[in-house]
Each structure stands twice: as C-alpha cells, then as structure tokens.
Design a protein around this ligand. Sequence first.
Ligand SMILES: Nc1nc2c(ncn2[C@@H]2O[C@H](COP(=O)(O)OP(=O)(O)OP(=O)(O)O)[C@@H](O)[C@H]2O)c(=O)[nH]1
Length: 492
Amino acid sequence: MVLAELGSKISRALQQMSNATLIDEAVLNACLKEIGNALMQADVKVDLVIGLRGNIKKRVNMEEMAAGLNKRKIIEKAVFDELCGLLDAGTEGAKFSLKKGKPNVVMFVGLQGSGKTTTCTKYAYHYKKEGYKPALVCADTFRAGAFDQLKQNATKAGCPFYGSYTVTDPATIAKQGVDRFKEDGRDLVIVDTSGRHKQEAALFEEMREVSEAVRPDLIIFVMDGSIGQAAYDQAKAFKDMVEVGAVILTKLDGHAKGGGALSAVSATKSPVIFIGTGEHIDEFEEFETKRFVSRLLGKGDWESFINKISDVIPEDKQPELLENIAKGQFSMRILYDQFQNILKMGPMSQVMSMIPGFSNAIFPKGHDKDSQSKIKRYMTIMDSMTAKELDETNIKELSKPARLERLARGSGRHKLEVEGLLEEYRRLSKVFSSALKGMKIPKNMKGDMPVNPRKMQEQLQQMSKVLPSSVLKQIGGVNALQGLMKTMGEKR
Ligand SMILES: Nc1nc2c(ncn2[C@@H]2O[C@H](COP(=O)(O)OP(=O)(O)OP(=O)(O)O)[C@@H](O)[C@H]2O)c(=O)[nH]1
C-alpha cells in the first residue's frame, strides 16, 4: 500500500469512529483494528503495530475518561502522537548539526542501488543552497562507473569532486580526498562509499576501514524506502557495524510503499533527516516527523501553505505578507516566491495536494516533469519583468499587447504563454485574497490566530466558491476545508 493510501485509510478509520453516536470501547477497538491493518498492509513491522495499538489504548482509557471530554479529539491526538512516536522511535541523543566554517566530514553508507550516490549529491546541493561549501569524494572502487556517476552528479550540483580510476583501496582514496578538500577550505566533505547487493562481510569491513581513515563527524545510512519488511533487518545490520548517526530514506515517491522503511528507523535509533522523493537533484525534502504525519493524514494543506510562506519569507515579514494578501495585494513577486518554493519541494502532484488553489491545468497528475518545466518557463517570463511590475498588484499594464509582446521577446517564450501566466496569476490572486480576506493576522505569527466562527464560516463560503471543484474534492469537501481552516487557526 502506498503512503498516500495508508494516510487515507487511517483518516477514514478515524472518521468512521467520529461518526459513531457514542464512542465506546468497541468503537475504539474497531478503529484501532483498521488502523493496525492499514499499517501492516503498508509493511510496518507487526510488533511495532501491536505496540502502537497498545500505547493508544493505554492513553485512551475509556472507563476512566470523564463524561463530557471530547473523546474523538483525545483519540485522534493519541493516534497522531503514536504515529510520530513510531517514526521517532528510540532516536538517541541530539540530532547532529553541521558547523559552519568547520570541516564537516559526512560519510554515506548503504546497499548498492539504494540511491547513495544520488543522495550524496542532493545533500551537497541542499547545503550549498544554505551557504556551505560542499565537496564530494568517491570512495566506491567496487562498481565500475561509480566515479563517473559521481563526477556527473557533482557537476550538476556545481561541487568539486575527488576520485581515482587507478587506486583500488577505498580507504586511501577517501583519506586523500578528505585531506585535499580540508586543505582547500571546504566545510562539508561528503564521502560516498560503495555498496554491495546484500549485506556481506566485505562491504562492512570496507565501510569500517573508510570510516577509520576519514573519521567522519556523521555517518548517514541511505535506505531504499520501497523495500518493505526487509528494511528493518538491513537497517539493524548497518547500525551494528558502524556508528550510524542519521538516516535518509530514498524513493519515497508517490508510489512507494514506504511503511517498512519508516518502521525500520527504530532499528537504527537515529533520526531520519531527509527523504528522497524522485531522481532529480531537488526532489529531496527535509524530514520533520509531525509535518510528515500531518500530511500523511491529509491535514497538511493549509498548514503547509503557511509553512511554505515561512520558507521563503523572513519570519518578521510573514504577518505583513499575509496581511497584504488579505488586503488583495497579491503581487507577481509573491507568486514568483511561491513558484520558487514549489520547485524546491519536489514532485508537483505531491505539492499540489498541499496548496489550496493551484489548478490541475498547471499541475496535471502524472506529469511532474512537464509541470516543473512549465513553472520554470513562467519564472523565466517573470525574470523579464521590472521590479515595479513584480511588486504591482494590478496587472493592467502588464496585460497590454505591447508589454505582452516585449515580455515574450525578452524571455524567449511565446506570447500565449505570457498570457497563460497572467491568467494563472489572476486566478490565484482571487483564491488567496478570498481565503485570507478580513482575517486578522497577528503581528507575532507564533501567537494564536484568533478564530471567529462567523468570520470563518464566511471565509469558508468564499473559499468553496473560488476553489476549483477538483481542488475542493481533493481537500475532502467543504467539511474538510472547515477542519483545515480551524487547524490553520489553531496552529498559529
Ligand atoms: N524514484 C527515485 N529514484 C531514486 C531516488 N534516489 C535515487 N534514485 C534512483 O535510484 C537508482 C540508484 O541510485 P544510485 O544513486 O546510483 O545508487 P547507489 O546506492 O549509489 O548505488 P551504488 O553506487 O551501486 O552503490 C538511480 O536510478 C537513481 O536515479 C529517489 O528518491 N526516488
């Protein structure tokens, strides 16, 4: 069962429980049984599922629960927390964080084909964007072509690389590479090691030797997220052999089963720090348990939208931004920032499910690459706009034929495409302004957003009018939209 399906099954079980007139022991048991089945179908290890059910039952003691308490909320919260617990299970100590300006050495380990080399590059690229100076070392002398692959990837990420076609000892190459880049003042040296088809003594011995040679600050275990039940044993074998400090799960794209890998995390007692969601260099997401579970349960839409804004806009500017949108001042620049953020976040159809209002026309399901290129083309057109045009909230001037022509020429795109962008802008401007119209944005976004039920009802009606029906359906209808708006209110 793919992750999205797992999420909707759990949500459905919770919904069915909520629909019951009286929530008693039997209703809770039925709900937990369904959740357990869904987790097992997604390949989560059976004893973890049993543990999770037991913990929820311990927390939700029906007999002792005072009448009048909102049982539904308490159960939902327990399920949410336990799912988070499953992913955080046994994580030891504090998460390692890179130290700017110091030579951080990070070594990658994992089985062949797990996506190690691809992930090294994604990791380098991610930190390069954060201002680090990464470099890549290929210590894989086992697979012919490994160095060429790393070279190609490193070039894509714009990072220097080190490797050899002749030296056969991986520990020697690793040490040479790390020393060289340390001398060069690189502050993030990433060592890619070789994999084997299965866990075998030679692989582990080699890993240990490389580790002793370069003395890494962090060892990251890369695991193919779609491998199912075998994940637990694989993770444990690696953890027993080297000091794994963090995990990256790859191939958690839309179609991956994922449950096995997620439960395997408990075997490593190390936090998942990123997940890979595609082959492309920026199909890589920082992993945050609560956010992941929220999204899994379909609660992420509005929250992620607000979080997305947080990603691109400095914290002190956020209330101002929301206030401007609420006043109908949705500028081209805001749209540009949103596009940029979407591109950072990975496959379009996944992101699409998080953001209210983006149309299917721009993100058709199953055409992620096309959608990405379309957004990039739109951004190229926006790059030809003046600063004034980007900050303008009225696009009358931009829509004039002469200006359309000029933008098309300036960006090397067809006039029809410029028109398409303006059309998308108009529609989104309407959606966002309507969603936030009249909403009081607190000066301090971390504070609670006051929720006025009548105001919310009005906003809800406006929203459901402007949202394309397909988007509304995807969110789960008007009721779900109401829930999401509440969550958004509670969240902030
Ligand atoms: N769909 C998808 N494919 C991925 C992801 N990460 C890696 N891949 C693909 O998985 C395949 C194997 O990736 P590599 O990076 O070569 O794997 P490796 O672990 O370095 O393999 P060895 O060097 O042989 O040990 C490649 O085709 C990658 O493009 C991901 O997150 N999603």
